[in-house]
Ligand binder design. Sequence first.
Ligand code: R5P
Length: 282
Amino acid sequence: MNQKVILPLFNTECFTNIQGVIAQFELHHYPDGESLVRIETPLEDKELIIVCSLNDPNPKMLPLIFAAQTARDLGAKSVGLIAPYLAYMRQDKVFHPGEGITSKYFASIISEHVDWLKTVDPHLHRWHDLNEIYSIPAEALHATQPIAQWIARELKNPILIGPDAESKQWVSEVAQQVGAPYLVFNKIRHGDREVEIVLPEMSGFQHHTPVILDDIISSGMTMVETANQLKKHGLQKAVCLGVHALFEPGAYEKLSQAWVQDIVTCNTIKHRSNAIDISVLF
Ligand code: R5P
């Protein structure tokens, strides 16, 4: 019987629901900075699944490519990639003259080395489907159900808040599953860490628990500014809920000091805020 072999790279969790043998392997770093992947589990005629979250993608890419190529040389029948967080999706247009569209370049590198891709809530904004840029079968799974279940279990009288237009897709879906109202704000980005949040006219939500829901928390400033606006409008402290806990250094601490009662994320990227297990999606 053909058996699946699972190779978890870089501390990526959330693969506990996948049936298969965990690969015995070593990622060795030489003193000169080069690296070597050694896979000890026999792969002849096996399907290999590499599980690797692609936050901090640059140093992960070569080891990932080496693991995929090594597996093919060892006779693997196929090599798939589960990347619970998929990087570079936000670079989906030329924002300033002279720039490239890195989401496309990244997609073409991944497509060259693995046979299929599954990820969770990639930042689909100007691209509407992964298959517009990935030339392998690429599937986007959604964390909306585990998130909705967590909100329904843990919070009283929630109102879902999307900080920007892109967030409407997941905020409206989660709100529907929870049976809660939702609002979508408008975000103007002035720089990597400078954002301005504009609220629509709102009243009557003072007794609700505001849940700011976004796909990514990176500098944390989108959440901080949204929470500050809620404070100005007399709402309760926010629960900040992100799918992907990117958190640059210091961002979690800064967000904890804003108008915030709790910070919660899914375990697509290992972080102290992980409270929602999405392994059920795989
Ligand atoms: C971008 O539109 C995303 O959906 C997030 O809103 C954004 O990446 C959050 O970034 P930051 O935490 O740096 O404000």
